[in-house]
Design a protein around this ligand. Structure first.
Ligand code: PMP
Length: 415
């Protein structure tokens, strides 16, 4: 029995089957490459679903984590520590002043940060913040169909995927769902009893689905007119994934009231952040919220290493350039299974003409490429932000063979 088969067997009998039994068992990583427990090598084009911003075992990340564990691993939130404060300050700077030619929050906007351990926790903090700021007369929240905000009860309540949500109701938050990307539906759903509108800048779990240009501005306007909070979930899109620090800073910069981050922020270590702007910066008082591990020194040091390295290695530009190269090369592949590629930066969806994404994922792995069948007909590509043009080309050159092998049987290969 292979080491992978053995580990899968043990996984099956020891873990709850929430993730099925994943086919690949990863043992180590280096840059954009990972090696499984049997010694097979893969190019990692999914990076733990947008988590591994710097790739695997980046020296800056390893150093930061090692040094911090050696200094002090955890202080609990009874005490203040330098990496946590520094990280909050850095995030505040980045949302106010994201860089040349990009719009951020006004320089004098009050911004404060709460740290949790995940995207779900960042959204839970957002929900509680909204509840406090909105008061009891605002008794419902609007979210988007097919949107994803997490699996904990509050985050799941605002998640617009009935298959994973509905069997866990009733929820404590009354949530109304509107079609994503449609300002008219949003206007019709939001009145002055609405506490908040939850949206993603692009829906990652729905297949990297982009709204029409200007959508976030429309959300901003609806929230301004109704007094609802604009909660922007950048758990998947944030921290460089799109080629900007944060996705909302593209397209003219519609600034939210609450911004949630996680995934790429810690470069592989668990950390989530909920940023409140303006009145939402100061809505929580002492004792209103908390979590033991949130923003602990090790995770905060890892996040600082991520932010430093994105800057020092020019990874925003790399994400934009290598992402554009990927899109161009995939678009040039002529295959009956390929419908097109969409998305921005290093966050892409390859759309298929048939619901065979799971087969393509499997064939890609056999060729040494890890991709993700995010929907039946979409492959999600979200590699480390450090990926090179050569590594992108390695994948695009193999793609025709992968697709040919994935064609449904009855179509056969080309005559
Ligand atoms: N929001 C978005 C947009 C996400 O993509 C995810 C994770 N896929 C979450 C929230 C939940 O994050 P976590 O799994 O870290 O709780």
């Amino acid at each position: 029995m292979s080491a992978t088969a053995e580990l899968r067997e043990r996984f099956r009998s020891a873990l709850m089957p929430t993730y099925g039994t994943p086919p690949v068992a990863i043992a180590r990583g280096d840059g954009c490459r990972v090696t499984d427990v049997d010694g097979n090598h893969y190019l990692d084009l999914i990076a733990g679903i947008a988590v591994s911003a710097l790739g695997h075992a980046h020296p800056a990340l390893v150093r930061a984590v090692r040094d911090q564990v050696a200094a002090v691993a955890h202080t609990s939130n009874l005490f203040v520590h330098e990496p946590g404060v520094e990280l909050a300050e850095r995030l505040i700077r980045l949302v106010r002043d994201p860089g040349a030619g990009v719009t951020g929050a006004a320089p004098d906007t009050d911004v404060r940060v709460f740290f949790g351990n995940s995207g779900s926790e960042a959204n839970e903090a957002a929900l509680k913040l909204v509840r406090l700021a909105a008061g009891p007369s605002r008794d419902y929240v609007v979210s988007t169909e097919s949107g994803f905000h997490g699996r904990t009860s509050g985050a799941l309540a605002v998640t617009g995927k009935p298959a994973i949500r509905d069997k866990f109701g009733p929820f404590t938050t009354d949530v109304r769902f509107v079609p994503y990307g449609d300002p008219a539906a949003l206007r019709a759903a939001v009145d002055d009893s609405c506490a908040a509108v939850f949206v993603e800048p692009t829906q990652g779990e729905a297949g990297v689905v982009q709204p029409p240009s200007g959508y976030l501005h429309a959300v901003r306007e609806v929230c301004d007119n109704s007094g609802a909070a604009f909660v922007l979930d950048e758990v998947q899109s944030g921290v460089g994934r799109t080629g900007h620090w944060f996705a909302h800073q593209a397209d003219g910069g519609a600034v939210p009231d609450i911004l949630t981050l996680a995934k790429g922020l810690g470069g592989g270590l668990p950390i989530g952040a909920c940023l409140g702007f303006g009145d939402y910066a100061t809505a929580f008082a002492k004792g209103d919220h908390g979590t033991t591990f949130g923003g602990n020194p090790v995770a905060a040091s890892a996040a600082l290493a991520v932010l430093d390295t994105i800057e020092s290695e020019g990874l925003l530009a790399n994400a934009a350039e290598t992402g554009a190269l990927l899109a161009e090369r995939v678009a040039a592949v002529d295959d009956p299974l390929l419908a097109g590629i969409h998305g921005t930066g290093l966050w892409r969806g390859i759309r298929l003409t048939r619901p065979v994404a799971a087969d393509v994922q499997e064939h890609a792995a056999a060729h040494g490429f890890l991709v993700n069948a995010v929907t039946p007909d979409t492959l999600r590509i979200a590699p480390p932000l450090t990926i090179s043009a050569e590594e992108i080309l390695e994948f695009t050159e193999a793609l025709p063979s992968i697709l040919a092998e994935s064609r449904p049987q009855e179509e056969g290969t080309a005559p």
